[in-house]
Write a protein that binds this ligand. Structure first.
Ligand SMILES: [Zn+2]
Length: 231
C-alpha cells in the first residue's frame, strides 16, 4: 500500500530476515527493476520501515482521537466534503457507463444485421468474418469496462455515508498502541512517498537533519484526512 510519489510504482520492502526492523527499508520497485536493466528512470526513495510505521501509527492515533472527541463536527465535515468530491466522480462515471451501454446495444443491432446480410448472400464470407471479429473485440472490451465502472460506482455510493462507520471503528480502536498489518489494512488506503530533497536553506551534503520528504497518508473512505484542517 506504499507508492512512489514520483513514478507511481509500488515501494517494496527490502530486508534480510535476520535483521531487526530498523534495518528494513522500502525502495521504489520501478527503480529496483530499472537498475537491473541499467536504466535509471526513477530514484531509490529509500524509506526506513520503522520510521514510516511510527509515522502511520501516529497519524492513525491522531485521527482516532480527534474523531472520538468531535463526533458531530466530524460527521458534518466528512459529509460536506465527500458529497462534493464523490458526486462529481459519480456523475462522470455514470455518463461513461451510459455511453458504453448504448454502444453495446448498437453493436448487437449491427451484428444481427450483419448476419442477416450474410445469410441473404449480400456480403461475402470474408467480409462477414472480418466485421464479426471487429465487433466482437469491441464488445468484449466494453463489457469488461462497464463491469469495472459498475463496481466503482457501487463503491462510491457505499463510501458516501461512511462517517458513522468510521466513528464506530475509532471507538473500537481508541487505545491503539501497535501497528499490525490488520490495523494498517483497516485504516489505510495508500501512502505516497516522495524522494528526499535538501531543505532550501541548506547547501550542504544531504544528511538526515537537513533533508525532508513528502509523505501523504490516505485513510480508507476519508482520503488524505488532515485533523488541523478540520478545526
Ligand atoms: Zn519511483
Amino acid at each position: 500500500m506504499i507508492w512512489c510519489e514520483d513514478c507511481g510504482s509500488k515501494l517494496t520492502l527490502f530486508r534480510n530476515k535476520q535483521d531487526d526492523i530498523t534495518k528494513h527499508f522500502y525502495v521504489c520497485s520501478h527503480y529496483r527493476q530499472a537498475l537491473k536493466r541499467f536504466n535509471q528512470s526513477c530514484t531509490r526513495h529509500s524509506t526506513r520501515r520503522d520510521e514510516i510505521e511510527t509515522l502511520v501509527l501516529t497519524k492513525i492515533r491522531e485521527v482516532l482521537k480527534y474523531v472520538c472527541e468531535n463526533k458531530e463536527e466530524f460527521i458534518k465535515k466528512v459529509n460536506q466534503r465527500s458529497n462534493v468530491e464523490s458526486q462529481k466522480s459519480l456523475k462522470a462515471k455514470t455518463s461513461i457507463l451510459q455511453k458504453a451501454d448504448r454502444r453495446i446495444s448498437e453493436i448487437e443491432q449491427i451484428t444481427s444485421k450483419l448476419y442477416e446480410d450474410y445469410a441473404l448472400a449480400k456480403i461475402s464470407e470474408d467480409k462477414f468474418q472480418k466485421f464479426t471479429l471487429k465487433y466482437e473485440t469491441e464488445q468484449e472490451g466494453l463489457v469488461s469496462e462497464t463491469a469495472a465502472l459498475r463496481m466503482e460506482i457501487e463503491e462510491i455510493k457505499t463510501k458516501t455515508a461512511n462517517a458513522e462507520h468510521f466513528i464506530s471503528l475509532a471507538e473500537e480502536h481508541m487505545n491503539l498502541s501497535e501497528l499490525t498489518s490488520e490495523i494498517a489494512r483497516l485504516f489505510i488506503e495508500k501512502i505516497t512517498i516522495s524522494e528526499v530533497v535538501n531543505n532550501p536553506d541548506s547547501n550542504t551534503r544531504k544528511t538526515r537533519k537537513n533533508c525532508s520528504r513528502d509523505v501523504h497518508i490516505f485513510l480508507n473512505g476519508l482520503g488524505e484526512f488532515k485533523v488541523e484542517e478540520m478545526r
